[in-house]
Design a binder for this molecule. Structure first.
Ligand code: ADE
Length: 249
């Protein structure tokens, strides 16, 4: 997958993309990350990418020309038969979710537009982006941090990015549920123990325990998630049983 990031501050990405899973995915050429600085598409003496808002008011607004030119330049480098999506990061966008990560992972190339200052000239927002995505209802200094979050979540979904030990299938949210609780050595620590079933060697029992615990944890910590997913009759019964047990206690 080709990941193209349009940002006035490309250096911000060095550390987050220089480690762990993203770095490995780049080393294996599963993903290829390119940066384009809109400032390189400003032709005035000061290379100005922002300007004061028409109508007055505080702060600066990102100018349309550098961003339109930057997107056109990135698109020119991509083969026309590539399935590409242009995404603009902004708190006014649709809230990012695991489902959005899965959808984005099906594209051959993604173009991310990161903003700064008071925001984008509205012609960028309205005409350049196919998706506007927010990572939550709060305002960040810029779209770069949001872009890092999205790239990370999308890359985990790509085939061969995660090793067999880190399957995305067991991730929280992948199936609409939180992940079951995990334990490792030591078995006993400060009066806290590991559930016996995990040491039983009975894989059917372990799978069953994990399914129940994932449901239980989701019901306790994120009950809203259970309303959003289509549960199999078996899981639905398990949730009903958990609800009953809970009202009895
Ligand atoms: N830019 C500033 N705040 C943001 C947010 N919450 N999500 C995405 N992009 C942003």
């Amino acid at each position: 997958m080709d990941i193209n990031i349009i940002s006035l501050f490309p250096e911000m990405f060095n550390s987050p993309f220089g480690h762990s899973i993203i770095k490995r995915a780049m080393d294996k050429h599963i993903i290829n990350i390119n940066f384009t600085n809109p400032r390189d598409f400003t032709y005035d003496r000061h290379h100005q990418a922002d300007d004061v808002p028409f109508g007055g008011g505080a702060g600066m607004v990102l100018k349309p020309e550098p961003f339109f030119r930057a997107v056109a330049s990135v698109k020119n480098t991509l083969p026309t038969n590539k399935n590409t999506r242009v995404i603009l990061l902004s708190p006014e966008g649709k809230t990012f979710s695991q489902q959005t990560a899965k959808n984005l992972s099906t594209y051959d190339s993604l173009i991310f537009i990161c903003g700064h200052y008071e925001g984008f000239d509205n012609r960028i927002t309205e005409n350049l982006a196919e998706d506007i995505i927010s990572i939550g209802d709060y305002v960040l200094t810029g779209g770069e941090l949001a872009c890092m979050v999205i790239v990370d979540a999308v890359c985990r979904m790509l085939p061969d990015v995660l090793g067999s030990k880190e399957s995305a299938l067991t991730d929280s949210f992948y199936n609409g549920l939180l992940e079951y609780p995990q334990y490792t050595k030591p078995r006993y620590y400060k009066n806290m123990t590991v559930p016996d079933v995990l040491l039983s060697g009975n894989h059917q029992k372990i799978d069953e325990w994990r399914r129940i615990k994932a449901l239980e944890k989701t019901r306790l910590k994120r009950p809203d998630l259970l309303d959003k997913i289509n549960l199999s009759p078996e899981k639905l019964n398990a949730v009903k049983k958990l609800k009953n047990d809970c009202t009895k206690n």
